[in-house]
Design a protein around this ligand. Structure first.
Ligand code: AMP
Length: 499
């Protein structure tokens, strides 16, 4: 497919509405392009180069959307969860070797947590269209940034690895722009569409499906501060989106509040979910609630998000399936490495122009992930006779807490710093709504309490990574080879979903 950059996506449209926050005035594509040029020019004015990493630590919203596009136009954007703890910010800013970090004018002071010489840039302006960066309370002069090339790295995101250290996933402008176009095409997005983005803009789902896909189609995006089940109905009524994308847990929370007013005036053309498995019963309830077709897709950071999707009607949607592949080729491999027959489960592998060029400075991870140009997703599933993919399991250790991915080893490592803990093994525990939550098996001193372990973890880890279930054990069950096997550990310990 023809090469493209993210910058070209939003430059292709004129005055039509581009982005807005819930309360604020919308800005059109022309104004968005001016903001992007200003931020890009300011980065160049600070002598920040295209290959330099600029961390973005902003609350979810239209400012974060504009800043991410602006940074990606001149450098490599590295959006981080603004709720990280200090030790986490220290790790990520160092791991990225960030040249600069962008926060709001009244955001936290992060320069002391980054590598030597990191510049903290404050984003502000009286209106969305006036956004600019400031350094030490002064305006920053602009230099021409030039246009990015398709092969330039626009974005670096971390994924939870099989080791304690998260891996850096670089994504080129081409990877992202193509993925955005592909999503826009599969969802038939047009300039008439308006998305309500409730997904975080530091995760691939919110970035590519929630924001960039609309940029590819010239559609509008209403940026929210993040999902909020209590306010969602009001947002639907006020913003009148034609679609939104979310994770299954959000649908479950909305269904739990079903029956409230607001839906009858909805302009929804369809609703979408990705990042975790959508139970078919929830899918059917969501279709009734929103009176619109529901689309489940399968996404992954390394693939610049969408790998497969159920098509919009009149295409066939199959509940329980993540749909069919498109621009990214998907195969299921049998144990001998050849394509598995329909109905036979195996490793899900992908290939194509949206797939990352490879983890940064991590030859072992790349060797393990890529075989003959195919990337192993770490997911297990089968294709049916119609080419629809069903995900049935996972070979990777990651915990999928309602779409948020958590590396269990990162949690072990933090807990092992506790003087009274001898062994700590984090693992996925089934949860009714979240799909999975974080459990931890502990061997340690008898004086240890669950509360102590949780508060020790909470000081060092963002809330989503803090174990919610703690099990004191005498022994941690091993697999047949004597090796620790986290996958399936909950079953071995006889753990079921808590009420
Ligand atoms: P992330 O990199 O955070 O997007 O996570 C990617 C992983 O999320 C995939 O490898 C799957 O394990 C999981 N995932 C994404 N979409 C789905 C889905 N529709 N159903 C089940 N698992 C999913």
């Amino acid at each position: 497919m023809e090469s493209c950059t993210l910058t070209e996506l939003h430059r292709a449209h004129g005055a039509a509405e581009a982005i807005r926050s819930l309360e604020g005035h919308p800005i059109g594509y022309g104004d968005l392009n001016a903001v992007v040029d200003r931020i890009a020019g300011q980065l160049r004015g600070l002598e920040i180069a295209r290959s330099d990493r600029v961390a973005i630590v902003l609350p979810n919203g239209a400012e974060a959307a504009a800043a991410t596009l602006g940074v990606a136009a001149a450098a490599t954007a590295a959006p981080l969860n603004p709720n990280y703890t200090q030790p986490e910010f220290r790790f990520y800013l160092h791991d990225l070797d960030a040249r600069a970090v962008v926060t709001l004018a009244d955001g936290p002071d992060l320069s002391g947590l980054g590598p030597d010489g990191i510049i903290q840039l404050r984003l502000g302006g009286s209106a969305l269209g006036d956004l600019a960066l400031h350094h030490n309370r002064s305006a920053i002069p602009q230099e021409p940034a030039g246009a990015p090339e398709a092969a330039d790295i626009a974005l670096v995101l971390h994924t939870s690895g099989t080791t304690a250290r998260p891996k850096q996933v670089p994504l080129t402008h081409h990877n992202l722009a193509l993925s955005a176009r592909n999503i826009a095409a599969t969802l038939d997005l047009t300039p008439e569409d308006r998305a309500l983005n409730v997904m975080p803009l530091f995760h691939i789902h919110g970035l590519v499906a929630g924001l960039f896909a609309s940029m590819a189609a010239g559609g509008a995006v209403v940026c929210t501060p993040g999902f909020d089940a209590l306010r969602f109905n009001r947002w639907l009524t006020e913003a009148q989106p034609t679609w939104f994308t979310a994770v299954p847990t959000m649908y479950q929370l909305l269904l739990a509040r079903a029956g409230r007013a607001g839906r009858e005036r909805s302009a929804l053309r369809f609703t979408r979910s990705s990042s975790a498995a959508m139970p078919p019963v929830v899918l059917r309830a969501a279709e009734q609630l929103f009176r619109a077709p529901f689309i489940e897709s399968y996404g992954m950071t390394e693939a610049a998000h969408q790998m497969t999707t159920n098509p919009l009607p009149p295409g066939m949607r199959k509940p329980g399936s993540v749909g069919i592949d498109g621009i990214t080729e998907v195969r299921v491999l049998a144990e001998n490495g050849s394509p598995a027959s329909a109905g036979v489960a195996g490793d899900i592998v992908i290939r194509g122009e949206c797939v990352t060029p490879g983890y940064v400075a991590n030859p072992e991870a790349n060797a393990a992930a890529f075989t003959d140009g195919w990337f192993r997703t770490g997911d297990i599933g089968h294709l049916d006779e119609d080419g629809y993919l069903f995900i049935t399991g996972r070979s990777k250790e990651v915990i999928n807490r309602g779409g948020t991915k958590i590396s269990p080893r990162e949690i072990d490592e933090v807990l092992l710093d506790h003087p009274d803990i001898e062994q700590a093994v984090a693992f996925a525990v089934p949860h009714r709504w979240l799909g999975e939550e974080v459990g931890v098996a502990i061997i340690g001193s008898e004086s240890l309490t669950e509360a102590e372990i949780k508060s020790f973890a909470a000081e060092r880890l963002v809330a989503s990574r803090v174990p919610t279930r703690v099990f004191f054990v005498d022994e941690i069950p091993k697999g047949p080879t004597g090796k620790l096997q986290r996958v399936g550990l909950a079953e071995k310990l006889g753990i079921t979903a808590a009420d």
